[in-house]
Write a protein that binds this ligand. Structure first.
Ligand SMILES: CC(C)(COP(=O)(O)OP(=O)(O)OC[C@H]1O[C@@H](n2cnc3c(N)ncnc32)[C@H](O)[C@@H]1OP(=O)(O)O)[C@@H](O)C(=O)NCCC(=O)NCCS
Length: 279
């Protein structure tokens, strides 16, 4: 059956998000998630569409890629083509202009890329927490974000990532888009009522792996257990939304991030490297 690749369009975004949901199972590594598209939607609908590459076999979407300005593509691959060598060759042929590939599933593609001389680039640590059992007490006052506290969410976000350009307008763009119908932002408040931590969680539907993206603690409030607390709150929210597990992937160099997730009961999975085109 023929496989075709097309750039994303504004009209196809909802269909792409829906197609990726069932690929988020509890096995193996953590790949590009509908929530990643949801988060990037904050940059603008047209911008997200321009960044997407969509592979179809006949009409069925079988892989999705999201390209950034630096020539990196993050891929999600349907389980049905994970080990398909012909598909992997076709996908590689479509990667002209791409310098780095994030493919945490797609076994056949990883094998093809490494066999073609692509080398390890940045290493990432996937983490997963099973949500069968209830999540223990969070130990922090946590609110779901809506109009009344959205400014706290934006402010904490800007204080957790240096140079962040996140704004209220970006939050509103994200919250109005289809993936956010299965998502939630949380803000955690310290004992004096000051907002100290925030997270956005994304469900991929009932019984599927949910995603944490992003999560953090205000830089002036670190080291008091708020990282562990907001991570537990994120897991509890995903459980409430029907997710089978909570997942996240952070650069392996982010020692504090990995420690906070492990401290909140996440299992650290084997590192996986992005792959860089040979020069
Ligand atoms: C990672 C982050 C959330 C930790 O927040 P925090 O409030 O300082 O974390 P906590 O006080 O709850 O500490 C949680 C655990 O992580 C450990 N930890 C936190 N920062 C650490 C660091 N820089 N190096 C090593 N361990 C660290 C703590 O010792 C603690 O471990 P323990 O429970 O075994 O004692 C915070 O540094 C942050 O917002 N970073 C920027 C955003 C980010 O990296 N987000 C996560 C990846 S998406």
């Amino acid at each position: 059956m023929p496989i075709t690749m097309k750039r994303g369009t504004v009209d196809s975004l909802d269909e792409v998000v829906l197609a990726m949901g069932p690929w988020q199972d509890d096995e193996g590594s953590v790949q590009l998630h509908p929530g990643d598209l949801g988060w990037n939607w904050s940059l603008g609908t047209q911008e997200l569409a321009d960044a997407l590459r969509v592979w179809r076999r006949d009409e069925e979407i079988v892989a999705v890629g999201m390209v950034d300005d630096a020539g990196l593509i993050r891929l999600a691959v349907a389980p049905s083509v994970d080990g398909d060598e012909a598909f992997a060759r076709r996908l590689l042929a479509d990667l002209a202009g791409i310098g780095i590939v994030e493919t945490r599933r797609g076994a056949a593609l990883r094998e093809l890329l490494t066999g073609s001389g692509w080398v390890d680039d940045e290493r990432w640590t996937p983490l997963r927490r099973d949500l069968t059992a209830p999540v223990e007490d969070v130990g922090l006052r946590v609110e779901v974000v809506d109009d009344h506290n959205v400014r706290d969410r934006v402010e904490v976000h800007r204080a957790m990532f240096p140079g962040s350009a996140f704004t209220l307008e970006r939050w509103q763009t994200m919250a109005a888009a289809s993936p956010y119908r299965q998502a939630r932002c949380l803000v955690g408040y310290g004992p004096d009522g000051v907002a100290v931590a925030t997270v956005t969680v994304w469900s991929a539907g009932e019984g599927r792996a949910g995603l944490i993206e992003p999560l953090g603690v205000h830089r002036e409030h670190r080291g008091h257990g708020y990282g562990t607390a907001i991570t537990r709150a994120a897991a509890a929210a995903l459980r409430e939304m029907g997710s089978s597990s909570a997942t996240v992937c952070t650069p392996s160099s982010n020692v504090g991030g990995v420690a906070a997730y492990v401290s909140a009961g996440f299992q650290q999975l084997p590192d996986v490297a992005d792959l860089r085109r040979p020069s």
